[in-house]
Write a protein that binds this ligand. Structure first.
Ligand code: FES
Ligand code: FES
Length: 154
């Protein structure tokens, strides 16, 4: 059985027919072809699938797509605007904070949520915001440096 669901993703509206048990992550990746949000564990452990739902970071693998109806969803594909990278993305590139990149979309979304409410976080606050995002490559320190390098009036 499929049900009609309307999802607002990165400012665009998608009218879909989907099974009620499908997760937001699977619908983003398989129906909309927005594959920037990664499927690491599919169990809420790694944070690779993090997107913003009404401005708050969530694990898209734990959210049923139907429950995101009519809410604002922001994925990594919506972070750059008008062909220009978000300052966080630029800072990650500049500081070399990306290695394999699998964790990067989720981490950037968690950090965006932090900076939207707290433009000048302390190192401790940055660590707390990233606590649900695992990275097996970088050791995290270059990511912390990238956030700390940002213009705090952003
Ligand atoms: S894929 Fe969602 S938390 Fe790992
Ligand atoms: S850069 Fe490879 S998992 Fe983070």
């Amino acid at each position: 059985m499929k049900i009609p669901v309307t999802l607002k993703v990165n400012g665009e509206t998608y009218d879909l027919m989907i099974a009620p048990y499908r997760t937001l992550l699977d619908v983003l990746r398989e129906e909309m072809r927005l594959t920037g949000s990664k499927k690491g564990c599919d169990a809420g452990d790694c944070g690779a699938c993090t997107v913003l739902l009404d401005g708050k970071p969530v694990n898209a693998c734990l959210v049923l797509a139907a429950t995101a109806q009519d809410r604002e969803i922001l994925t990594i594909e919506g972070l750059a605007r008008n062909g220009k990278l978000h300052p966080l993305q630029e800072a990650f590139v500049k500081e070399g904070a990306v290695q394999c990149g699998f964790c990067t979309p989720g981490i950037l979304m968690s950090l965006k949520a932090l900076l939207d409410t707290n433009p000048a976080p302390t190192l401790e606050e940055i660590k707390i915001a990233m606590a649900g995002n695992l990275c097996r490559c970088t050791g995290y320190s270059k990511m912390f440096k990238a956030v700390e390098s940002l213009d705090r009036g952003m």
